[in-house]
Design a protein around this ligand. Structure first.
Ligand code: ZN
Length: 436
């Protein structure tokens, strides 16, 4: 235990000081003048005689404070030696470690460096370059344990009628082979039935990636069965169906444009958006000037758009292409652009955007697991017994690594309950604070 000489200035900090110096033996002292040193100076290794106390160096950290670290001098060879001050590095790294974690969380939520700089100005001012280096360095340093083999499965239900009786068909499909793992008919479909079904056919000890439609009850059921072993993907195809159903059948061109802007988040619909943007502008003109009966115009234009869609689909089919899946980064951008105009949208659009935001991690989980599907189409195909299969390769843009790694860190609970808050880390500096 370091001997701490108390004076009027540091008496109230004795608890903190003994924590700060807890790693040191009885040979050390913290003097009434605030110098940290050995009570008895060390021996000069060259001359083999006792050194003498010889003042101190000040180690200072902006906004936090400073500490005086004792120096020793050999009376014979005049060699100077500074005491080890790893305690100072330790409380600094506890403080900055916590601050960097805050920045990681902000970055994971797509806060820009400029915004982080603004925010940090209220806590511990740093410029954007420093913040960027903090995040980059700390993220690259983080080692995430190799994932164990992940089982990829699809889960879905059908509600067939057997005569007058409502039946429930529960199906599990292997995500790789597309072969059924289990396919059972039950009389009920409450959460206990589903849980028992999952427990019976899947290993709750193994990590699992499971795709379902957007039914609200699933996350809880999966959590109860698999705990933190489950990554749950909501089917993007099902999301797109819900988006389509958000709009009336005889939608205006402006509504049609909004629909495709929503569909454009996860799949590249830029051509459709471009087409509809022009038509929506034209629509405003027609409604304002009224040179042409609006209903006739809308009917004609809707027909043109249907043709446009049809031609695009034919082209895809000819080239054996699927609708192009956006990269994670470009989905983020598309979504953020829509959220920026949130207030201008009609209520159904706003509701849908909020839902997408709420379930963002469930909608984008597939980006982060190798060969994971984004949709439940496999199971739909199995149900309809058709043989259409699709396998989308994951596009991974360079420069996305940090974002991906942050998402992985989020999943591995690196942002979970912290061991230490920033304030607790700061308490350690109080004895050293320079209040000037
Ligand atoms: Zn010496």
């Amino acid at each position: 235990m370091t001997t701490i000489s108390l004076n009027l200035m540091n008496i109230s900090h004795s608890d903190t000081l003994s924590k700060v110096f807890s790693g040191y033996t009885d040979d050390y002292e913290y003097t009434a003048d605030g110098i940290f040193r050995r009570i008895k100076p060390p021996i000069c290794l060259d001359c083999n005689i006792w050194m003498i106390h010889n003042g101190y160096n000040i180690h200072y950290k902006e906004h936090l404070g400073g500490v005086k670290v004792g120096r020793y001098l050999c009376p014979k060879c005049r060699k100077s030696l500074e005491e080890d001050f790893s305690f100072w590095e330790k409380i600094k790294s506890a403080f900055f470690g916590t601050l960097v974690k805050i920045c990681q969380i902000l970055r994971h939520n797509h806060v820009s460096l400029e915004e982080m700089e603004l925010l940090l100005a209220h806590i511990y001012p740093r410029d954007g370059d420093t913040i960027q280096n903090w995040i980059k360095g700390s993220v690259q340093e983080t080692v995430i344990p190799e994932p164990e083999e992940v089982q990829i499965v699809h889960y879905d239900e059908q509600h067939p009628k057997s005569g007058r009786n409502q039946k429930y068909r529960l199906t599990l499909l292997d995500g790789v082979t597309k072969k059924p793992i289990a396919d059972e008919i039950h009389d009920t479909k409450n959460s206990d039935t589903v849980k028992a079904f999952l427990r019976k056919h899947l290993n709750p000890e193994q990590s699992i990636f499971i795709v379902t439609d957007l039914y609200k009850g699933y996350p809880n059921i999966f959590h109860e069965v698999f705990g933190n072993k489950v990554v749950h993907q909501f089917c993007l195809f099902h999301l797109n169906q819900l988006i389509v159903n958000d709009f009336p059948r005889n939608a205006t061109m402006n509504q049609e444009l909004m629909k495709y802007k929503l569909l454009d988040i996860f799949y590249d619909r830029s051509q459709e958006v471009q087409f509809l943007s022009r038509k929506a502008e034209e629509e405003i003109g027609i409604l304002n000037k009224g040179n042409e009966p609006y209903n006739d115009w809308l009917e004609k234009t809707s027909y043109l758009f249907t043709q446009f869609l049809h031609n695009r689909e034919l082209k895809r089919r000819r080239n054996k292409e699927n609708l192009k899946q956006r990269s994670y980064c470009s989905s983020v951008i598309k979504f953020n652009n829509l959220m920026a105009e949130f207030d201008y949208f009609e209520a159904p659009v706003r509701r849908r955007l909020l839902k997408i935001e709420e379930y963002w991690s469930n909608l984008t989980a597939f980006y982060f697991v190798d060969n994971a599907p984004a949709t439940n189409n496999a199971i739909e195909n199995y149900y309809s017994a058709s043989l259409k299969t699709q396998r989308k390769s994951q596009l991974r843009e360079p420069g996305l690594e940090i974002q991906m790694k942050l998402a992985a860190m989020k999943r591995e609970d690196y942002f979970g309950k912290p061991k230490m808050t920033l304030l607790k880390a700061f308490y350690m500096f109080i004895p050293f604070v320079d209040w000037k």
